[in-house]
Ligand binder design. Structure first.
Ligand SMILES: [Zn+2]
Length: 166
């Protein structure tokens, strides 16, 4: 069976990006022991990621690169903010590199990376951690099967064999 909408795919992957010097930098991976399992064609994965896997079969190896625009988007220069230092009176000051949870006045939750601590403000980056980065994927297709009715009604995979709980 080849990969098409409403199949459950398990695969290995290695994700690299490219740094400013043009060298590949390792980001994360999933090997055969903790394969990535997903219901193909439901929009849970990056659309361009799924596009590159269409029609592949069990045992096929793949490798492709997505631009930042096809990945997690370009870096948004408007997504940087200075938070008044008084906000941290109770919780205590974060450190540069920390990721802190924030909530806007509409109640939306998001995560911000701390980029600098100033005397009166904490500078944060609200971009997705992979925004502005190219994504280089490589891996192997481990299994492909039809999704069960239950998986289709839930909109997600129940493990590689379809019997995993959640
Ligand atoms: Zn379910």
């Amino acid at each position: 069976m080849s990969i098409k909408p409403n199949t459950v795919v398990s695969l290995t992957y290695e994700l690299h990006t490219t740094n400013e010097e043009g060298q590949q930098v390792f980001v994360e991976k999933a090997d055969e022991q903790n394969a990535l399992v997903f219901l193909y064609g439901t929009g849970m994965m990056l659309p361009k990621f799924e596009e590159h896997l269409a029609g592949l079969n069990v045992g096929d190896e793949y490798g492709f690169e997505l631009t930042a625009a096809d990945g997690y988007g370009e870096l948004d220069p408007g997504a940087f903010a200075d938070l008044p230092i008084d906000m941290f009176k109770e919780a205590g000051l974060p450190a540069v590199g920390d990721v802190i949870p924030l909530q806007d006045n509409q109640g939306n939750h998001f995560r911000a990376g701390v980029t600098a601590i100033h005397e009166t403000a904490v500078s944060v980056d609200l971009n997705h951690p992979m925004a502005g980065k190219n994504l280089i994927f490589a891996g192997k297709i481990l299994t492909v099967r039809e999704a069960t009715q239950e998986e289709l009604s839930h909109g997600h995979a129940h493990g590689a064999d379809g019997h995993e709980g959640h």
